[in-house]
Design a protein around this ligand. Structure first.
Ligand code: ARG
Length: 657
């Protein structure tokens, strides 16, 4: 049961006599921040009293008296300016806990009206190696997929892989000109990645060479403007001073940005010119960017040779992706990919034109959304369809064929403008009933607050990131185990299995516990800490329960099947039991705005309350047998909720750590 929802519903019935918007008022019932004031608190009386011109305390008392809460709460108390404090009956918590302790769904009922949901996530552009940037979408998307499904919705995960983009032209060009056949035979994806990087490097080299003189000129201008502004005397007036400060800051930023751009272009030039073999390749392929684009165009128009190559590369690329997903414990229901929608694109553009939504503009076909400057290009001047066209065709398919009500696009915040235009266009196109959401997220940063890179400045490959996480976790597991008894309790295979769960769990949890919209700094020590808001801490809490059960030689199934009853005597027992009952509330909380950190917050609080319980309430040495049974059952329920909560985040638990 969702307690918060239950309380809100009961208040709402009474509030309907006081306001045309009772639900909005009931939203102001929240979990209490401070247990001294009860378990929940209602704050609506102040604003409501003001609008009605009455005394808030009296109004609060009047409403509290009318709401039927007698089976659920102690008589409500009105405090301060008109807060209604609600304290659940311990008797009620006890009954509910005993029910939850034997409920295989841990007290979470399935929704009455399931939605048909598609979670579009991970969606990497294939034929390029996966890197740290793909982590967030994969991890957040997978958690949302699991949670919505657990809540009872009809959810399909779709990996909308980029298997039709310009990178293929680059790889095909590379394959035709620079292939190392032996390397390809040994490791096709590794060689394709090398070809992609090589073509990319040569393209950027020519681009940098072409841009450098202009960039330097602009830097010169910016430097002079900045110096001149600095040389001016500081005005006497305070306001003018502020303004000058602002202006100087802006000029400084402009200068730094340009200096960075020059440096980056120079670096690209030097990297090629400093390497005679590369320099030679660059000289022999001056038009590489254009020619790679042509290869893409040929692929798109059905050229036999390029189609053959595409068909050869794809299975290799997909196999490499799947190896990564296996390792991360991620599984997709569909992976249709951009190529799947290609046959439908022409009809999409025709339909948009026919409906007067898309118009010819400079040879391209665009949708213009009032109030937005950028056009939504659905066909380029050269006739090519775009990422946008594909996304529109995908919506059509997802709604018309699959009957979807809700689509979550778990994609980087930098694509915000694309999705804004996409959703507006889809709506005007007639897709008004489907709820389209961009579940956007920020960037993973390094210690220098810039996008996370390796020491040599390359993007961090996902595979090596996972390897490092597991290696670091392994060191912790070894140390920990050896501290227990000389030589340790665990064999090598068990240690490695724990290290996989801990290492991968740490990476996932660190990501999921952030407010998804903010950037966060990647920090190994923090994410692997044994205490604090980390996966490791939750995994330890789980293993601790398993340890107690092992020591007491308890069979958890029989415990649940038996007559044990949870009794709540100690405040730590009550606090823990109530927290566990709030599991459903936490999962519903995730679904409101698709924020997995609502669940990690719940897990952290649960592990903390368990820790307090464990310190204060002896389990195996409880004073009476019935108390021992009660505490064992509560510990078992805690373990089940932790295990379930972590598994809904895609994180494994282990019984022995
Ligand atoms: N392949 C795209 C990229 O790597 C992400 C696709 C997201 N999904 C979508 N339906 N547009 O940027």
């Amino acid at each position: 049961m969702n307690i918060l929802h239950e309380l809100r519903t009961r208040f709402e019935r009474v509030l309907a006599d006081y306001s045309p918007e009772p639900a909005a008022l009931a939203q102001q019932i929240r979990a209490a921040q401070d247990a001294r004031f009860g378990d929940y608190q209602a704050n609506f009386a102040m604003a409501l009293a003001k609008s009605r011109g009455v005394n808030p305390q009296e109004l609060a008392r009047e409403i509290a008296a009318k709401v039927d809460l007698s089976d659920l709460c102690e008589p409500p108390e009105v405090a301060g300016p008109g807060f209604i404090n609600l304290r659940l009956l311990s008797r009620w918590i006890t009954t509910e806990s005993n029910h939850q302790a034997r409920d295989p769904r841990c007290g979470v009922d399935a929704v009455a009206r399931p939605l048909k949901v598609i979670v579009d996530y991970s969606s990497p552009n294939v034929a390029k190696p996966m890197h740290v940037g793909h982590l967030r979408s994969s991890v957040i998307g997978d958690a949302l997929y699991r949670i919505l499904r657990y809540l009872g919705h009809d959810v399909v995960s779709d990996n909308h892989i980029g298997d039709w983009g310009t990178q293929f032209g680059m790889i095909i060009y590379g394959y035709k000109h620079f292939l190392d056949q032996t390397a390809y035979d040994a490791n096709p994806v590794g060689e394709l990645a090398r070809l992609y990087r090589l073509v990319n490097q040569l393209e950027s080299y020519h681009e940098a060479v072409a841009a450098l003189a202009g960039l330097k000129d602009r830097l010169g201008v910016a430097e002079r403007a900045h110096a001149a502004a600095k040389a001016e005397p500081n005005p006497a007036d305070k306001k003018a001073q502020e303004q000058r400060k602002k202006q100087l800051k802006q000029l400084a930023t402009e200068e730094t940005t340009l200096r960075d751009e020059v440096a980056s272009a120079e670096k690209k030039v030097a990297a090629v010119e400093g390497n005679p073999a590369l320099f030679e390749l660059a000289r022999r392929h001056p038009k590489i960017a254009e020619e790679a684009r042509l290869e893409t165009a040929r692929l798109h128009s059905g050229d036999a040779e390029n189609t053959r190559l595409w068909n050869r590369f794809m299975p290799e690329c997909l196999a490499a992706l799947n190896r990564m997903y296996d390792r991360l414990g991620i599984r997709f229901d569909m992976a249709l990919g951009e190529s799947h929608y290609q046959p439908a694109l022409a009809a999409v553009v025709d339909d948009l034109k026919q409906k007067g939504l898309a118009v010819d503009s400079d040879g391209a076909v665009c949708v213009f959304i009032p109030g937005v400057d950028a056009p939504f290009i659905v066909r380029k001047r050269d006739g090519a369809f775009t990422y946008a066209t594909t996304d529109l065709a995908t919506i059509r398919d997802r709604v018309d064929r699959l009957g979807t009500n809700l689509v979550l696009y778990v994609v980087d915040a930098r694509q915000g403008d694309h999705f804004k235009l996409l959703f507006e266009t889809a709506q005007r196109w007639g897709y008004v009933k489907v709820d389209l959401r961009h579940v956007s997220f920020g960037t993973i940063l390094g210690d220098d607050r810039r996008p996370y890179k390796t020491r040599s400045g390359d993007v961090v490959g996902l595979e090596s990131l996972i390897d490092e996480a597991v290696a670091r976790a392994r060191r912790i597991v070894d140390e920990n185990d050896e501290r227990k008894t000389a030589g340790g309790d665990l064999d090598d295979a068990s240690r490695q299995k724990i290290a996989e769960a801990v290492g991968i769990g740490a990476i996932k949890y660190a990501d999921l516990s952030q407010n998804r919209e903010t950037d966060y700094i990647f920090n190994w020590d923090k994410m692997l800490a044994l205490t604090g808001d980390t996966a490791t801490y939750m995994q330890y809490a789980y293993a601790r329960v398993c340890g107690i059960v092992r020591k007491g030689e308890i069979d958890r199934e029989s415990l649940r099947g038996g007559t044990a009853q949870i009794q709540l005597e100690h405040p730590a027992e009550r606090a823990l039991a109530l927290q566990l009952l709030r599991f459903h509330e936490a999962l519903d909380g995730v679904a409101i705005d698709f924020r997995p950190n609502v669940l990690t917050n719940w897990l952290f609080e649960t592990a903390n309350r368990f820790s307090t319980f464990f310190e204060n309430c002896p389990v195996l040495k409880a004073e009476t047998e019935s108390l021992k049974q009660s505490r064992l059952l509560l510990a078992d329920l805690t373990a089940r909720c932790l295990e379930r909560g972590l598994s809904l985040l895609g994180i494994e638990t282990i019984e022995r750590m």
